[in-house]
Every structure is written in C-alpha cells, then in structure tokens.
Design a protein around this ligand. Structure first.
Ligand code: OFO
Length: 169
C-alpha cells in the first residue's frame, strides 16, 4: 500500500496526464480544421501517448494496493493564433509536466518510497524526450518564418515525426 502523500500526488499526476491527452486532442482538432494534417496526426499520436502515461500511473497505484482516482478535467484551450503559438504552448505544457513529475519524485524521497521513485524514473526520462521534441519543432518553425510553401513542407514532415517514447508497460 502506498503512503498517503505518495498516493495523493500520484493521483494528481493521473489528472495532469489525462489533461495532457485532452489538450493534445484539442490541438490536433484545431490543426485538422486549419489544414495542418501532418501536425494533427502528430498531435493525435501524442494524445494517445499521454493517455498511456495516465493509464500506467493508474495501474501502478492499484497494483500497489491503493486506489487510483479518475477526476474531472478542465476544458483545454481549443483556439490558437498560429501553428507556432500552438507548439509554444506544447513546450510550455511539457515544462509544467516536468516540474510536476519532479514534485512527485521529491515526495517519494521525503517519504522514503524508493520503489515509486524508481517507477517514476521512466517519466523523468520521458520528459527529457518530450521537451526536446517540442523544442525541435519550434526551432524548425522559427527557421521557416512565414513562408507558406515551407510551412507546407514542415507540416508534411510532421506526419512522420517520431514520438520516440519508451513503451509503457
Ligand atoms: Fe507529455 O508527458 Fe506525460 O508524462
């Protein structure tokens, strides 16, 4: 059974991962509506990844004899000024999630829950990857400027942009 503080913060993390999934779904929908089909496809995949992150936490909590709670979610933003603005928000959000994972690790260390700390290391590594991906996309967009033809090629490449995530168990 998990200690109360660990269970509480992991349950909060479940909600954040579920929100990430909804946020990327809303972003994918905006991209699709705007004709950025490659970016939409990337974000639909990313939304599925986040749901997997949420499920991995949920199963871990229950497997440890505690209770994973499915909570209500805030409505994510659904309008964006530009594709660049959208991906800046992805990076901002991933940085927020990294902070949040670090807080989970901190609670585990204080509570001397080394097993959960080890479990969370998967998320620590994952966040390095996700922040790097978002930064790479923004760097590409900054190089393109407002050139529509290049933006078209960028979006076409996003269709195959690898999420590259380690597989969740
Ligand atoms: Fe994008 O992050 Fe989950 O963990």
């Amino acid at each position: 059974m998990l200690k109360e503080k660990v269970e509480k913060i992991l349950n909060l993390q479940i909600t954040k991962e579920a929100y990430s999934s909804q946020l990327y779904l809303a972003m994918a929908s905006w991209c699709e509506k705007e004709g950025y089909n490659g970016s939409a496809s990337f974000l639909y995949r990313q939304s599925d990844e986040e749901r997997m992150h949420m499920l991995k936490l949920l199963h871990y909590i229950n497997d440890r004899g505690s209770h994973a709670i499915v909570d209500t979610l805030d409505k994510p933003a659904c309008e964006f000024g530009s594709i660049r603005e959208l991906f800046s928000k992805v990076l901002e959000h991933e940085r927020f999630i990294t902070e949040s994972i670090n807080e989970c690790v901190e609670v585990c260390m204080t509570e001397k829950d080394y097993t959960t700390n080890q479990f969370l290391q998967w998320y620590v590594a994952e966040q390095v990857e996700e922040e790097r991906n978002a930064q790479t996309i923004i760097d590409k967009l900054n190089l393109l400027g407002d050139d529509k033809a290049r933006l078209y090629l960028f979006d076409r490449d996003m269709e195959n942009f690898m999420v590259n995530a380690p597989t969740a168990q």
